[in-house]
Design a protein around this ligand. Sequence first.
Ligand code: SF4
Ligand code: SF4
Length: 581
Amino acid sequence: MKVLMLGNEAVARGLFEAGASVVSSYPGTPSTEMTEFVSQYDEIYSEWAPNEKVAMEVAFGASFGGKRSFCAMKHVGLNVAADPLFTISYTGVNAGMVIGVADDPGMHSSQNEQDSRHYARAAKLPMLEPSNSDECLEMTKAAFELSERFDTPVLLRLCTRVSHSQSVVETGPRTEKPAVPYQKNGAKYIMMPGNAKRRHPVVEQRLLSLAAFAETSDLNRVEKGGRKLGIITSGTAYQYVKEVFGDTVSILKLGLVWPLPTKLICDFAASVDRLFVVEELDSFIEAHCRALGLTVSGKDIFPVVGEFSQNLIREKLGIPATPGRTLDADIPMRPPVMCAGCPHRGLFYALVRNKAAVIGDIGCYTLGAMPPLAAMDSTICMGASISGLHGFNKALGEAGEKRAVAVIGDSTFMHSGVTGLIDIAYNGSNSTVIILDNSITGMTGHQQNPTTGFNIKGDPAGKIDLEALCRAVGIRRVRVVDPYDLQQCIDAVKEELEAPEPSVIISRRPCALLKSVKPKPPLKVDPDKCKSCQSCMNIGCPAISFNAGKATVDATLCVGCGVCTQLCAFGAFETTEEATK
Ligand code: SF4
Ligand code: SF4
């Protein structure tokens, strides 16, 4: 049956059809929907793991136990999972194991722009890269075949434009895979040095076998279009090349992007007069071509930064650009901003009032860095806020301890924040950690996590008691505040910064966008009471703006949280019910 699917959805369909049994992932844009769609197939056990390392280890355990398995993550998540990645390359698999990784060229929602192909080379693992949804489905199935044939985990690389674009796929039935019998084999699966030394040559030989396979595999194909110009490309860049050139140039389209087919590349290069490599991000294929002694153009004209487009390829190759369609309306600027009613806003306001230095983390609350709050001093990666604060305070001593805090979300705390808190308790810095508990994983689109009490299917699940956990690791001062109560938050931050021991403040309010959170009637400004002081603008709520010298509330955005009323000394905010009295 032909169906229109997102790339991520097609990967999920591929997992279903391939007979995969276990999927464990951590959400991260643009990879999240792979697992969300998998959760709709009852034939596959699926879960959100607390982080990518755990997810990969769960998937490995399932493969080890004899069932086809999968884990998904974004590119920076692969960094977290790099530890098991490099060693399961040595152990190989029992049943097939595939690792989906989604890169984000252009950094639409990421803190860096890394190119995951380097992991395939470094870990000596095969990597497939689909260019559209149909290939997402087919290559997911092919990845399992490769995994079992070559006894290796297989990386499946997507990127934002493939993950989040729709194209037609041909779906088929599920092929149930009987469990591969589990057999104890310590020499293969116990990676202590003696065994690992014997596995390394196996890995090298596997890579040679895969490289030989790459020469003839239909995962790589030549599309002949004359000898004047030849382009080697893969993934999204292939689609851009096709849209610019159609069938007028020769293309070597690589679906297996590691190991690369040396002879195929050389033969293709010999068949054309000029050779280009068109690839997003790093010089990966091109560097390989140059190492083969080929004369090739690529990063001398194409950028290593940001996303490509059809017009960028035209521009770099001296072809007139095709004008795109533009709207004839002025679209208002939409800077990244926390939602109206976001529970994080009040807490950030309290931090600003306390002139706190804020070591931040990854999540919606990273938007606290934006003006007018501008309440963030650093953001590095998942979990780095708490350990970063500990280091900051060790460097500055009391001067840091009396001034700096870490802010981290509930999901991120579960992901990799708790180890930082253990470090604080164990190695004794007088640090103040604030857990912004909004009862969901907010930024990636409302995934459950170990603090929410529900699993990926929305069924009741084990629920971490954050207060008890913080006390269990050795923090005695643990308190809960309501971020809608500004004075309570201001006082709590002040007191914990002054306290002579480490402390945790849990700022607890569900995300304003959760279905279970019912908005209150919107507020309204009485223009006669408004003195135009602009105090309410300091909170940065997108529902409040200034018109004709007076504050006004956008009733379509306001959820009636009442935080702004606490900023107005003139009582100008009132509920719409009060206003109609
Ligand atoms: S999604 Fe929820 S947590 Fe994230 S900014 Fe919006 S209200 Fe805040
Ligand atoms: S804080 Fe009150 S008086 Fe000041 S601008 Fe806002 S609504 Fe008007």
